[in-house]
Design a protein around this ligand. Structure first.
Ligand code: BV8
Ligand code: ZN
Length: 248
């Protein structure tokens, strides 16, 4: 942390701060990550629950998986790591500087913490859309009364509004992500950087000479290229952001 704070002091005219988060930022809110020991992918087979073919084979089972996660998330709230990012966005807005938050998370906790300039790269499990007419719907009932939910207009099957493996990310968020990697600072928080194409983002920022601050409870395959801060997001983010606010 000390080395990072020294480095920050040398930085001037910082105008654009970008953040990329993964499930690790929600861990202290009590939401399971994917690849930690107690992670989701240890208890479920990705093929069965996070691909279109798994959904087509057994929509009810996939809906149970997502409804189970919505029930887990419903009783949680943002943690200090989320609120530190809200604090940063508020501060940068007052200074007329740019702040963009890209998240791989589908839990909606960044919105709950008050952030607004959010790009949900992998969708949001509070929304669903019809596989036939694409009509979208916000899912407010937790748990869902009818599983799997049907489209109110054409009575066809609804699916969770998330990006499954093998599905393209919406070009609106993906293109915005790629173009935003030309920034002064990129903060990479709580992600194993194992899912593509999002895992390319920090390397693009590196090419653009951004300062990359990685916050994680353990080193990832890319940490040696970044300013790595070992720690829980909820514990180290507030201190880093307080120091950032002094120079922004
Ligand atoms: C696509 C959505 C192609 C729903 C998810 C190269 C290019 C393009 C694609 C690929 C490629 N190589 C391989 C692929 C295919 C695939 C892929 O990346 N596979 C991987 C596994 C190798 N990619 C895709 O399929 C993507 N689609 O590119 O389509 C295409 C092109 C043209 C036409 C058609 C298709 C789609 C990927 C999106 C998949 N959907 N989820 C849902 O959530 O259920 S991915 C899933 O992984 C989640 O979204 C999750 O957010 C994401 C990343 O995981 P992390 O967030 O990083 O979580 P993880 O548990 O791994 O790590 C947590 C980290 O936090 C750890 O490092 C831990 O140490 C740390 N931590 C823990 N506690 C804390 C902490 N840190 C700080 N504080 C703490 N307290
Ligand atoms: Zn429909």
């Amino acid at each position: 942390m000390k080395k990072l704070l020294e480095k920050l002091k040398t930085k001037e005219n910082l105008e654009k701060i970008v953040v990329l988060t993964g499930s690790g930022i929600s861990a202290e809110s009590g939401i399971s990550t994917f690849r930690d020991n107690d992670g989701l992918w240890n208890n479920y087979n990705i093929e069965d629950v996070a691909t279109y073919s798994g959904f087509a084979k057994d929509p009810e089972m996939v809906w149970k998986f997502y409804d189970q996660r919505r029930q887990e998330i419903q009783n949680t709230k943002p943690n200090k790591g989320h609120y530190a990012l809200f604090d940063l966005e508020t501060h940068l807005q007052k200074k007329n500087k740019e702040f963009l938050l890209f998240t791989q998370n589908v839990d909606g906790l960044h919105y709950m913490a008050g952030n607004r300039n959010i790009y949900e790269l992998h969708g949001n499990l509070w929304d669903a859309f019809c596989i036939n007419c694409k009509k979208k719907r916000r899912l407010n009932d937790v748990p869902l009364r009818v599983l799997p939910p049907k489209c109110e207009s054409c009575k066809n099957l609804m699916r969770p509004d998330v990006v499954w493996f093998g599905e393209q990310l919406p070009s609106s968020v993906l293109d915005k992500g790629f173009e935003s990697m030309d920034c002064d600072i990129l903060m990479v928080i709580g992600t194993s950087l194992l899912v593509y194409p999002v895992a390319y983002f920090p390397f693009l920022a590196l090419k653009n000479k951004s300062l990359i601050i990685e916050i994680n409870t353990e080193k990832t395959h890319a940490s040696d290229y970044f300013s790595f801060v070992k720690g829980k997001a909820g514990e180290v983010l507030p201190e880093i952001i307080n120091n950032l606010k002094e120079i922004l």
